[in-house]
Design a protein. Structure first.
Length: 277
């Protein structure tokens, strides 16, 4: 009996010693400036969770099946989907009016878009063809092909980053469109699949997760999810209808530091501010 009691005392002392000797700098506060994806004492930085505050609300074409979204100044570039209804369009942010539109062939299901070097690249879903346009005139300059489905696309200033509805993100050369690299996106629960529309924001990839109200914030170097944005309840109940579809569409204005989101067939587009929980 004495041996058992003595052993228990030693274990308790050891546990107390571990607690009192732990380095307090290993814990992260909300004001921490440690970069996303950096290692902590547990091997990975904790995943951060965010909710939102609506800053501004703008009209959005409720007939637009949003697949890609970009913003430059007060103009929104939008790629829409559905066969026979797919388009590339330029829209006035304040009024929601379509100022310019290019209709895709009825056989093409349009997907994500990206603006780069005064051009626009628009993906297609299962046709595995991307269309490159002059940004000002929407004249098609050339096309590119790829071996997977096309869902979302963004640009980090050097290369394209593309999703295909799986957990993979593909990095492609902006000139040759050859694959350079790929990462598999994971959070602390495992692979994150159904990655859809993408946006490059301050060194991270923001990704809509299809059929959810969440946006993943992803470290492009390793595919690690460093944050989750929960946009549940963003579209007010009075704006819901039988035609309203899922959240999809992220646009970031790097000049004014504004973040915009919308959804497929949504009547509104929202500027939001992220709030860490």
């Amino acid at each position: 009996m004495f041996h058992i009691i003595f052993t228990c005392v030693l274990v308790m002392i050891g546990m107390l010693g571990f607690v009192t000797c732990a380095d307090p700098t290993n814990s992260k506060s909300e004001s921490s400036t440690e970069p996303f994806g950096a290692s902590s004492s547990s091997g990975e930085a904790p995943v951060r969770n965010y909710t939102y505050e609506v800053v501004n609300t703008y009209p959005h074409d409720s007939g637009a099946y949003t697949q890609g979204l970009m913003i430059e100044g007060e103009k929104v570039f939008e790629g829409t989907g559905l066969r026979g209804r797919s388009s590339l369009r330029k829209v006035d942010l304040q009024t929601g009016s379509v100022e310019q539109i290019h209709h895709l062939s009825s056989s093409i299901f349009g997907e994500g878009i990206v603006v780069y070097d005064n051009k626009i690249l628009q993906l297609s879903w299962t046709s595995r063809i991307g269309f490159i346009y002059n940004k000002d005139t929407f004249e098609q300059l050339r096309s590119v092909t790829y071996p997977t489905e096309g869902w979302g696309i963004t640009y980090d200033g050097t290369q394209f980053i593309i999703s295909d509805g799986t957990a993979n993100l593909y990095f492609r050369d902006k000139i040759t469109f050859e694959e350079i690299d790929r990462v598999t996106v994971r959070d602390d629960q495992g692979k994150v699949t159904r990655l859809n529309e993408l946006e490059y924001v301050k060194g991270e990839i923001y990704a809509n997760v299809w059929q959810s109200d969440r946006i993943a914030r992803i470290n492009p170097a390793n595919g690690r999810v460093v944050g989750w944005i929960d946009l549940a309840g963003l579209l007010p109940p009075e704006d819901h209808s039988s035609t309203v579809d899922v959240l999809n569409g992220i646009a970031y204005d790097s000049v004014k530091n504004r973040l915009f989101v919308t959804g497929k067939l949504w009547p509104k587009l929202f500027e939001i501010k992220l709030i860490e929980q």
